[in-house]
Ligand binder design. Sequence first.
Ligand SMILES: NC(=O)c1ccc[n+]([C@@H]2O[C@H](COP(=O)([O-])OP(=O)(O)OC[C@H]3O[C@@H](n4cnc5c(N)ncnc54)[C@H](OP(=O)(O)O)[C@@H]3O)[C@@H](O)[C@H]2O)c1
Length: 309
Amino acid sequence: MKAIVVTDPAAGMSGMTLDERPHPEPAINDVVVEVHASGFVPTELDWPSTWQDRRGLDRAPAIPGHEMAGIVTELGYGTTGLTVGQRVFGLTDWHRDGTLAGYVAVESRNLAPLPGDVDFAVGASLPISGLTAWQGLIVHGRVQSGQSVLIHGAAGAVGSMATQLARELGAHVIGTGRSADRRTALEFGAHDFVDLDTDRLEDAGTVDVVFDVIGGEIQKRSAAMIRPGGTLVTIVGPPESRPVDGIAIDFVVESDRAQLGEIVQRVRDGRLRTHIARAVDLDEAVAAFNATERVTGKTIVRLSSHSGG
Ligand SMILES: NC(=O)c1ccc[n+]([C@@H]2O[C@H](COP(=O)([O-])OP(=O)(O)OC[C@H]3O[C@@H](n4cnc5c(N)ncnc54)[C@H](OP(=O)(O)O)[C@@H]3O)[C@@H](O)[C@H]2O)c1
């Protein structure tokens, strides 16, 4: 099968190549999915799990990408809950070959059914951004109606999801980003916007929850804006700063079938809009990931040969 492959941790995105890889074999409780569309998080080439398996052994050449939508083609021994021919979407194991490929083997429990009226491209854009926003706000941030939430990178892939969910939860949402992101962040539902290039962050006042996708100095200044009892939730590694009288939480997104179901239902009924910046074919993916222009939102890779397109 065709796949995007990385072999050199030092090469970054420029080390990606389109190659032939063996068809994956399903393990116990796995399914094999014919990938119709895949997402990708550029920073994953810096994650240890891209280069080592769970025993710490080198796993290059590795296939990146860990979210997808497609059709189940095979069941592993003992697999229940999904059937051959079913449309599915979800998050795949960080330590195994990923989704920028014709087929992927993945534990069935990591996937959810993809309703027939949701495009594969939309389905592939939801798992990482949607689950990260859901878990950050609801599971870890415990955002309540009436609270004030500062969401960094509100026009980005995760931030745009978090902005919409925080609004649905009844929070007052302050989004941040670059000057060019103001309109997008407000369109996704932010009540206010802080331009981190020109505005003074602290002028936004105090907040109950900070959703951090940036880290560093921005995280430190944001932590100081948190009210007593509030929470800093960060998705960019162990917190470097903590609120004086509150908690700081970092997490890595986990698959959750029920949460995927909640997210896709919101997409179907219009409560949640995914932020797809561009969709490219697998043959174009290496060039797209190495392009120099700024892209806000997700890049989705289509497997046109599987979609008949
Ligand atoms: N822990 C987890 O489970 C998890 C899950 C998903 C993502 N992540 C991580 O979270 C981060 C965000 O992911 P994403 O997919 O949402 O990325 P993204 O789509 O690039 O969104 C991030 C947004 O924040 C903006 N931003 C970053 N630094 C900024 C700064 N100093 N000032 C103003 N704006 C800034 C970016 O603008 P520019 O593009 O101009 O910088 C972009 O619009 C990544 O580091 C990713 O690896 C972690």
